[in-house]
Design a protein around this ligand. Structure first.
Ligand code: NCD
Length: 319
């Protein structure tokens, strides 16, 4: 494994499988009365969140604590950033205190790369979402969740499984990382949304994901037909320039994940969403809470996957 996890492309197929197998071993810890292992005792994990987050921040914190690491949580609100302190100053402060892993979420695409490649810190850097660029740990937890559910009926792999990702692909770092991880796993991947929210994807795919094969369609029926898994993406109003959608109502009418639409997929297909959800916009409430939904399980699996990653990056490597 590489020292940092900045992009889903940093993991080879073997690395990704190692993360998933390790996560599977760690997953059952959540059911035990004492949810703790000593693997990272004496190590320090810093969560550096410059952008709002609920799931990802709590998930990394729980993961580090369950491995007995010391955890320092930093959020931009209430810090010296409001006094004009830069990423570099913050990084040098962390380095002076000593830390083994830095988990960073930042509104600027590329911020984790800057931190990792600048020499400011010696720790492993984990990208927890940078701008509209990548969110590799989300892609790993999505792949883990799919693998646990679809793998047993498909020879233990995701090879050839038909997976549709529907929604605001344009702004979605989750989609970008998932393209890497899922195509590396041999998935038959379909990306779907209105043309304005798929823009640039072909160019990105040609440049960054050369040789990766996935399909892009504006037809939700084509994307969902016979799918093994369907993932809805949040409409990211905060990143959206005007003019990309006529209205949210129109989006919901044409692309919202309803029970009728999910019925186009295989009868035992699974439904996913990385959260936070706009219920009633990109996904209907009854679908989100329905029998096929794995949305809560994604959250649970996120802790196991992040434990596996922290262990492999900050534990094994430095042992
Ligand atoms: C996503 C994110 O922040 O990129 N959420 C998450 O990490 N679970 C997706 C989103 O914001 O819609």
């Amino acid at each position: 494994m590489k020292r940092h996890l900045l992009s889903a492309a940093d993991l080879s197929r073997d690395d990704a499988e190692l993360v998933l197998r390790t996560a599977e071993e760690l997953r059952s810890l959540a059911d035990r009365p004492i949810k703790k292992l000593p693997a990272l005792r004496g190590r320090t994990v810093v969560n550096l969140f410059f952008e709002d987050s609920t799931r990802t921040r709590i998930s990394f914190e729980a993961a580090a604590k369950r491995l007995s690491a010391d955890v320092i949580n930093f959020s931009a609100k209430g810090s010296s950033l409001s006094k004009g302190e830069s990423l570099k100053d913050t990084a040098l402060t962390l380095e002076a205190m000593g830390c083994d892993a830095v988990v960073i979420r930042h509104g600027a695409s590329g911020a984790p790369h800057r931190l990792a490649n600048s020499g400011w810190v010696r720790a492993s850097v984990v990208n927890a979402g940078d701008g509209t660029h990548e969110h590799p740990t989300q892609a790993l937890l999505d792949a883990f969740t799919m693998w646990r559910h679809l793998g047993p009926r498909n020879g233990g792999t995701l090879d050839g499984q038909r997976i549709a990702i529907v929604g605001d692909v344009l702004h979605s770092r989750v989609a970008r990382s998932n393209i890497w991880t899922l195509t590396a796993a041999g998935v038959d991947l379909w990306l779907c949304g209105p043309a304005t929210l798929l823009r640039g994807l072909d160019a990105w795919a040609l440049r960054g994901a050369a040789g990766r094969r996935f399909r892009v369609t504006t037809s939700i029926d084509d994307a969902l037909r016979d799918a093994d898994a369907v993932m809805a993406l949040r409409i990211q109003k905060e990143r959206m320039a005007s003019g990309l959608l006529p209205s949210l109502r129109e989006y919901t009418a044409r692309y919202g994940l309803t029970a009728e639409r999910v019925a186009l997929a295989k009868p035992d297909a699974v439904v996913m969403h990385p959260g936070p959800m706009n219920e009633g916009v990109e996904i209907a409430a009854d679908v989100a809470a329905g029998a096929q939904s794995l949305i809560e399980e994604q959250v649970r699996n996120g802790v196991a996957v992040r434990m596996a990653l922290l262990y492999l990056l900050a534990g094994v490597r430095r042992a």
